[in-house]
Design a protein. Structure first.
Length: 194
């Protein structure tokens, strides 16, 4: 789940919340969601589809992607806007790249694997769960969830605070601090709800 703010509609296109030249403007793409039981991501089933909706710029949006073992579902501000049916079930592994070219290119916030496409906007917070959240749970937790919630694997609030080592604290206490790939720019005076 991520609370995001697209920048300029003229230059923003998304691929799992990242920009990519030549892609449709201001849209979201499920890119190679690899799901299955194989140990290597390239040996799993891959799912890719465009969300047929353009997203507004200039204000905050809450996106949630949920996998329940059969469907990949995308929610915008608590309402389901897209889904993809999967074939064989299995798990999603965020610890390695989907393309298999490097084992160091793992889960990222604000860019796709390969370090080639970046999100043009702001991300206020991001959460990773190991349980499928319902639309009611998603809607209830748009602005905040208890960091000790059952199933919450990692929770980052990009609110201007960094640790002494420059990372952004994983509020769950599980130690998955976010390591910036560059300079972090924070937006002042932003409070939820927006």
């Amino acid at each position: 789940m991520a609370l995001v703010h697209y920048a300029d509609a003229k230059k923003t296109s998304s691929s799992v919340l990242v920009t990519a030249p030549g892609n449709p403007v201001n849209k979201l793409q499920f890119v190679k969601g690899s799901i299955g039981t194989a140990s290597h991501p390239d040996k799993k089933d891959h799912y890719e589809s465009w969300v047929e909706k353009e997203f507004p710029t200039g204000h905050w949006l809450h996106f949630a992607a949920v996998y329940d073992g059969q469907y990949l579902r995308l929610y915008l501000d608590g309402e389901q806007i897209h889904f993809v049916e999967t074939k064989n079930g299995g798990t999603i592994n965020l610890s390695m790249a989907y393309d298999g070219h490097t084992w160091n290119d793992a889960f990222s916030i604000g860019r796709s694997a390969g370090n080639a496409r970046f999100f043009d906007g702001y991300i206020s917070e991001c959460r990773v769960w190991n349980v499928a959240r319902t639309s009611a749970q998603i809607e209830d937790g748009v602005c905040y969830v208890d960091p000790t919630s059952e199933g919450l694997v990692a929770y980052w609030r990009f609110d201007g605070e960094t640790q002494d080592d420059g990372t952004v604290l994983d509020m769950t206490g599980h130690g998955h601090n976010a390591v910036p790939g560059g300079v972090i720019t924070y937006v002042d005076n932003q409070k939820c709800p927006f």
